[in-house]
Design a protein. Structure first.
Length: 149
């Protein structure tokens, strides 16, 4: 009588170890949120100007009457502009870049919470987050000022 063969634990252990090592390697090589060194400081300055404009446009919205789509489009514009600044920012602005990224994340979270209900009901929380982004954008602009023409 032939017994069914059992899978060898010796064969599955190396496979599991390889899979674990691959997962660790991928996570170690994954994208970093740390800003990169700017190859062109002028790009960082231009991105900072765009961020300032986007934040001012967002801050000018009347949160008691604005529609979800218009608010989301403005937040997306601010987020894209902040990403451009963070990517172009020189290494000596790492702290400002991190603070800016955190404030944009807070803004996006405030919007997500508001989108579940009504924007008007969440206007105060969204406005607080907008002011946070405005403050961090100004701090980044100040940090970049010595490099800007």
């Amino acid at each position: 009588m032939l017994l069914p063969s059992r899978p060898s634990s010796r064969r599955t252990w190396p496979s599991a170890a390889i899979a674990l090592a691959a997962a660790l390697l991928v996570s170690a090589c994954g994208a970093s949120s740390a800003p990169s060194v700017a190859a062109d400081p002028a790009a960082a300055c231009a991105a900072s100007d765009e961020l300032k404009t986007s934040v001012e446009s967002l801050h000018a919205l009347d949160l008691t009457t604005v529609g979800n789509d218009d608010l989301k489009a403005s937040i997306d514009a601010v987020s894209a502009a902040a990403d451009a600044v963070i990517e172009a920012a020189p290494a000596d602005t790492d702290q400002e870049a991190s603070d800016l990224e955190g404030s944009v994340n807070d803004l996006e979270a405030a919007y997500e919470e508001a989108a579940a209900g009504t924007i008007a009901d969440s206007a105060e929380a969204i406005d607080t987050a907008i002011v946070g982004v405005k403050t961090q954008a100004a701090a980044m602009e100040t940090a970049l000022a010595p490099s800007c023409p």
